[in-house]
Ligand binder design. Structure first.
Ligand SMILES: [Zn+2]
Ligand SMILES: [Zn+2]
Length: 244
């Protein structure tokens, strides 16, 4: 239903030739390569000081090495870093569902560029691991939005992507309507990690909501020998991420 509604509301952008020269947000004529006009690109930026573990906004004056919020100091999440552009606030609730559910994969490169601009890569990971979809969902959708983002991000950062390391072995119901506890139960046995020798990886997803998927994968990656897991996403939701 959502797919149909979004599909009607906005033309499918699967190829460059589908682009009508209008900004994908405000529909004003624009000649920007990024498919979004200069003004709308500005609205995507959220330059804020953020907690290194949950990306909650913090006061500006905090030093980089002390950027851990009170909640994460008490109950740190399983991963070693969460990096996002910002909170899931407009215009992201317009753009990200179009990328995921309306097949507008041409939106992936500008969003990946925006994420790259916000990443701290002082200690870059060895590999980018997009969170996989189950093959059935990927087949129905025709693509995995996390792989599309990873592909552009890999080119910008020169960090390789590995789309095969994590396999989704169980088709789980859509997580959007589930509570954090239900999401965690839902994910048991959902993933497998292939043998590897990575020590520092970046898991990439479009949005980190409760952190259930990222938390589950982080634990599996740690069990498989990874020492440092970063989670990268376009946005986080405003709820605090519960350690799981
Ligand atoms: Zn615009
Ligand atoms: Zn935090």
């Amino acid at each position: 239903m959502l797919k149909r509604l979004l599909g009607k509301a906005s033309p499918i952008l699967g190829h460059r030739s589908d682009w009508l020269g209008l900004c994908q947000l405000c529909r004003q004529p624009c000649d920007e390569q990024a498919l979004l006009c200069h003004w709308c690109l500005q609205t995507l930026h959220q330059p804020l000081c953020r907690c290194r573990l949950c990306a909650a906004p913090l006061p500006e004056h905090i030093k980089a090495e002390e950027q851990i919020c009170g909640r994460c100091q008490r109950r740190p999440p399983p991963w070693q870093r969460l990096q996002v552009i910002g909170d899931y606030l407009p215009p992201y609730p317009t753009l990200i569902p179009r990328l995921k559910y309306a097949g507008q994969i041409l939106l992936a490169p500008p969003l990946a560029h925006m994420l790259a601009d916000h990443l701290d890569l002082a200690q870059p990971p060895e590999v980018i691991l997009p969170v996989p979809l189950h093959w059935w969902r990927q087949w129905r959708r025709g693509f995995n939005q996390a792989e599309e983002l990873a592909s552009t991000l890999g080119k910008i950062t020169a960090i390789p992507c590995d789309n095969r390391l994590i396999q989704r072995t169980k088709a789980t119901p859509q997580q959007t309507s589930l509570s954090a506890g239900q999401r965690r139960r839902n994910l048991r046995g959902a993933f497998q990690i292939a043998p590897h020798a990575y020590r520092h990886v970046a898991l990439l997803d479009d949005v980190v909501t409760t952190g259930a998927t990222a938390g589950r994968l982080t634990r599996l990656l740690h069990e498989s020998g990874v020492e440092r897991v970063e989670v990268w996403a376009l946005c986080r939701t405003l709820r605090h991420i519960k350690p799981g």
